[in-house]
Design a protein around this ligand. Sequence first.
Ligand code: URA
Length: 481
Amino acid sequence: MHFISLNSEADFEGWRKAARALALNNVAPAGVTWTVAGNEPELFEQSSSASPLETPHGTFNVPGKFVELAQIAILHRDIKRFAILYRLLWRLRANHDLLDIATDPDVAQIAVMAKAVRRDEHKMHAFVRFREVGRERESHFIAWFEPEHYIVERAAPFFARRFADMAWSILTPDVCAHWDGHAVSFTSGLSKLDAPSEDRLEETWRRYYASIFNPARLKVRAMQAEMPKKYWRNLPEASLIKPLIAGAGRATGDMIAHGATEPHKAQKRPEPMKRKHSAPGDSIEALREEAAGCRACHLWKDATQTVFGEGPQHAQVMLVGEQPGDKEDLAGKPFVGPAGQMLDRALQEAGVNRDKVYVTNAVKHFKFVPRGKIRLHQKPNTPEIKACRQWYERELASIKPDLVVAMGATAAQSVFGKATPINKNRGRLIDLEDGTKALVTVHPSYLLRLPDQDAKAREYERFVDDLKIVASQMKKAARAA
Ligand code: URA
């Protein structure tokens, strides 16, 4: 019998090296016992001297699909995984297509294990909640999580990308992952007692959760499947789940009675705005003032302020974006953050003077979810876009531009009053009902998000080409004037 001790539960490289040596030495699966350092059964050392493996010569190939599957399934908590994977490897040498036989017991078992690991990783991405310890420069964010499988090392890069600006640690009983802003490191597992339980972020999470909870769409079973009870105890919002479910029937009744777009009760400001219909006489300044008190949807509650459009009262062109981002929310001005810089660059290249156009957004409050110190942008949904459309309509009536440019899907939905695909409609002038022309293009943030540099350069050129249509319309109007 060959006893193989791997360095850790997630030691795929150790397993791969040992499995290769075993297979090249023709050691059948029944002749191997797998374990992990520290968990060796008693007398393991003595019996492991059985028959030393020769340094392997030669090689053999396995399908890439097997390697991918093995890298995931090896993270399953069942100790049998190492043996099943080796048996599969052994059998793949005789039958290269073995993985295609879904009914084969080894193939089926490994597929189930890989699925469970992926699901656990997904749950970890969704349910880790950081709590802040220390303040300001000393601050560090700590989360406690109990994964079902050995997924922490695999999941850690996701958190490093998402929470790149904050120092964090995810403590688990298996292994702890740490991020210092530069690199991920790992230390041994800890007990739950080492994770702090109280902090000021909890209230923010609870408020956010309560605000996105829609009683009319409550499906308790689906909710529990997505957020199994086992995770509830680590979630700040968990204390709300029972009361929200209990109150859902009454809340749905209230929603029906009041209508979905009923303004929220005043909390921040004593004077809620009264909805008006488009009045061509309203100046942009008057509209801006009125919109400062808008509560047509719930977004005003967490945002710093309404970010209204900006530009000349009689601009010939109106550019419409999605919603203010973090920087815009703080500055109270549209397109001043990274997407704004991208827009400025493209406008300049296309020959459009930003000072001559009116720039606004379909939704005028920043929608976000707090993650540590970061406020993560959230796409506005249809009720929020509809609730805010009155402002776009009134801006349109006040400015009376010749051309409206919808940048991205949210803007297009607001401009056309319905979901409007970008690619099918971009790059050409479309007549709106009131005689205004519309042009559809992508949102500058889309360009910022493209990971591939070539694609980014190509898409940027297309965006500039779209904006050149704006420039030529402006020139035409100037000649006609
Ligand atoms: N994205 C938008 O759509 N609008 C802004 O003002 C900033 C970013």
